[in-house]
Design a protein around this ligand. Sequence first.
Ligand code: KG4
Ligand code: ZN
Length: 338
Amino acid sequence: MAKPVVLGIETSCDETGLAVVVGGEIRSNVVASQVEIHARFGGVVPEVAARAHVESIKSLAHRALAEAEVHPDDVTAVAATQGPGLSGALVVGFSFGKAMAWTLGVDFIGVDHMEGHLLAPMFQHEGYEPPAVVLLASGGHSQIVHMPEWGVYNMMGGTIDDAAGEAFDKLGRFLGLGFPGGPAMDRLSSEGDPSAVQFPRALPDSPFDFSFSGLKTSVINWVRNSHASGEEVPIADVAASVQEAIVDVLVAKTFNAVDETGSQTVAGGGGVLANRRLRARMAEEAEKRNITLALPSPDLCTDNGAMIALAGQLALTWGRPVSWTGDVDAGMRLGHHH
Ligand code: KG4
Ligand code: ZN
């Protein structure tokens, strides 16, 4: 049988991502970031995001097909993000995808964005196999998932307040690093001392849940107190200490889940997994236990169309029902396909 040729479309937030995945391999993966557009507002403005997707999606589709050297008639399925995300932004990619699939006479698959992140390690890690524990950490969601077999997801824990990326972004903004805060914190932290300030590690009762609102308050208080006492705030040290606090909690909770389930594989996905300190710490812990670590390269941790194409292809392989009547779902939850 010929290999499936899937066009993947991602428009859940502020990146327009189009990709062609053939038989599970990336042939093209183009992303148009809206970061500069939203930076002057200090965050993603939903209406502005939706319009920017409209402006770039058609030329990106052309580019993705051209770079993959795939003719539209050779596409066998179109997959687009169905949720979770910003409704107006989701509608752009979802409708564009449906229209393309309808025109080409091929299957259309609505994909869960977080399932895309969860499956993305497959591109680069042959050893990524269930049973596995997966840390999903992005701007809007943070979860620890146990995957006993492909396509089956047990939620073990997650954040009880802010998502990890949200914590990075809010604290980055507070420290004057602009938007988005995550990548800026990562860069600045490499020049700072992570043990300079001992910010609290909030450890909620559940061994697999995390919380970041207390950290936020304590960083704000610490910086204000330093200013009030006339001390100079060593910004790189503060950034490195904040990053260390976030990473400590994410790593501790993820490996609690690894130990609890006895998983021989730990994986990750979502923009926060691009963080260099988090990647290094996960590698250390995996090595200590002599288990497999499957992290996508940083460009495949952040939002992209390739992971959506892959998740769409697997949904077909796994025999999930394909429906043309589905609508976008801003609050979509992992494991609840429709
Ligand atoms: O998965 P993603 O690209 O979009 C969403 O689905 O939300 O994740 C974006 C989040 C943002 O909060 C961003 O600041 C964070 O991932 N992020 C990082 C890094 N790169 C992106 N956080 C920490 N360190 C990074 N290097
Ligand atoms: Zn994402």
